[in-house]
Design a protein around this ligand. Structure first.
Ligand code: SAH
Length: 362
C-alpha cells in the first residue's frame, strides 16, 4: 500500500451510507445526522468547521472525507427575475441551473445530465448530444449552490427536473439525489415539492411507479399522435403515444395529484384545433393537467412560435373539454434560461458527440 486511501466524497453519500462509512472508520453512526445538518442546512463543507464534533474527530474527518461542490462560473439575472447559473463541475464540464421566483412559489430548475441523448428537434440542449450523466452529488450540488447563492437555505422551494438532460435516462443517480434532498437532517425537500419531467422512457417510468419516493410527474407529450410526435421526439419510435398514456393511466397517484402533460406548441405542426381536440380525447379520463409551452424559438431550431391567438385558441379548446390548462409564461428568455434553451457553448465534445457530429455532417 502506498499513500493514504482516497478520501470519500460526502456529496455522493446518502445518510445511511455516511453512517456506514463512519462506523467503518471507527466513528459513531449518529455523527452522520450532525454532518448532514452542517453540510445541507448551513453550507459548511470543511469538517474542521463542524464545531459540535470533537476537535479530534474533526481532524480525522478532514483526512477521510471531502465534499465536492460545483463552482459558480457565471450568474445572469433576467429582467423578469429569473436567474441562470452556469456551474462548473469537478471535471471541467459545465451545466446550467435556473432559479424561477414566485411562480407562485420559488422554483429551482435542475439538470440531470451534461447535454441530453434524446435529441428532441425543438430543444437546444438536445443538439449537444449526451456528454455524460451527472452523479447524485452533482444533482444535489446544484441545489446546494443555488440555495447558498440565493440565501434560501431556510426558504421553501420547489424543484423541477427540467434543466439539461433526461432524468429517467440517469435513473439511479436521479433517485439517489431525491433521497438525499428529502433527508430530514438535510434540506428536507419533500418529494411532493419535486417534479420529474420525462420524455417517456417507458421501462424507467414503470420502475418509477414502484418507487417508495414519489415525485410529481410531468410527461413531455407535445403531440396527440405518433405521426406528429415521431417527428419531434425521436424516442417516440420506441415508446409511442398509446403506450405512454397507458402507463400514465396505471401510474399510482396520490389523492388529488395529477400528471402534468407538457405540450410545446409549434406553429403549423401541432397547434391546430384538431390537434387540441385529439389531445383532449387522448387524455379523457386521465388525471391530467396540460401545460402548454409556446416554443422558445432559437437559431438552429427549425420551428416557430405560434401567434398569441393560436395559443389562446388551442388552450381554450382544451378547457372546453374540461381539461385543466395553463399556458407557461416564458421566463428568462432574455438570458436564454427558458425551457429548452439550456446549452453550454464551447463544451469539449465527447467521443459520442464527435461521432454524432461526423454522422450528420455530410
Ligand atoms: N428531458 C426531460 C426534461 C427536460 S424538461 C423532458 O423532456 O421532459 C424541458 C421541457 O422544456 C420539456 O417539456 C421540453 O419539451 C421543453 N422544451 C424543450 N425545448 C423547448 C423550446 N425550445 N421551447 C419551449 N419548451 C421547450
Amino acid at each position: 500500500m502506498t499513500g493514504k486511501p482516497h478520501p470519500t466524497d460526502l456529496a455522493e453519500l446518502e445518510r445511511s451510507a455516511l453512517e456506514a462509512a463512519l462506523v467503518e472508520r471507527g466513528h459513531e453512526a449518529f455523527r452522520a445526522g450532525q454532518m448532514f445538518r452542517w453540510i445541507y442546512r448551513r453550507g459548511v463543507s470543511d469538517p474542521a468547521a463542524m464545531t459540535d464534533l470533537s476537535l479530534e474527530l474533526r481532524g480525522r474527518l478532514a483526512d477521510e472525507f471531502v465534499l465536492t461542490t460545483p463552482t459558480l462560473a457565471h450568474r445572469e439575472t433576467s429582467a423578469d427575475g429569473t436567474e441562470k447559473f452556469l456551474l462548473r463541475l469537478a471535471d471541467g464540464r459545465h451545466i446550467e441551473s435556473v432559479f424561477i421566483p414566485d411562480t407562485p412559489s420559488m422554483t429551482f430548475c435542475i439538470s440531470t445530465q451534461v447535454g441530453c441523448a434524446m435529441a428532441c428537434r425543438f430543444c437546444l440542449t438536445g443538439k449537444m448530444g449526451l456528454v455524460r450523466n451527472l452523479t447524485a452529488g452533482e444533482i444535489v450540488g446544484q441545489v446546494r449552490v443555488l440555495a447558498a447563492a440565493l440565501d434560501m437555505r431556510r426558504t421553501r422551494f420547489n424543484i423541477v427536473l427540467m434543466g439539461m438532460g433526461e432524468p429517467l435516462h440517469n435513473y439511479d443517480e436521479t433517485m439517489k439525489a431525491l433521497r438525499i434532498l428529502a433527508d430530514e437532517h438535510g434540506l428536507a425537500v419533500s418529494p411532493r415539492r419535486v417534479t420529474l419531467s420525462t420524455v417517456g422512457l417507458l421501462p424507467a417510468l414503470e420502475r418509477l411507479a414502484r418507487e417508495p419516493i414519489m415525485p410529481n410527474l410531468a410527461i413531455s407529450l407535445h403531440a396527440p399522435t405518433d405521426t406528429i410526435r415521431g417527428e419531434l421526439v425521436p424516442l417516440n419510435k420506441k415508446y409511442g403515444v398509446a403506450d405512454i398514456i397507458a402507463a400514465c393511466r396505471k401510474f399510482p397517484l396520490k389523492r388529488r395529484s395529477r400528471i402534468t402533460f407538457e405540450y410545446v406548441l409549434l406553429a403549423g405542426v401541432n397547434d391546430s384545433p384538431d390537434d387540441a381536440r385529439r389531445l383532449a380525447r387522448l387524455l379523457a379520463g386521465v388525471k391530467a393537467k396540460v401545460n402548454v409551452i409556446p416554443l422558445n424559438a432559437a437559431p438552429g431550431i427549425p420551428y416557430e412560435r405560434p401567434s398569441d391567438d393560436t395559443i389562446d385558441r388551442f388552450a381554450q379548446i382544451l378547457a372546453d373539454h374540461h381539461l385543466t390548462v395553463s399556458v407557461r409564461k416564458s421566463r428568462g428568455r432574455d438570458i436564454r434560461a427558458a425551457c429548452g434553451q439550456l446549452i453550454v457553448e464551447g463544451q469539449r465534445k465527447s467521443p459520442g458527440q464527435q461521432l454524432a457530429a461526423a454522422a450528420f455532417s455530410h
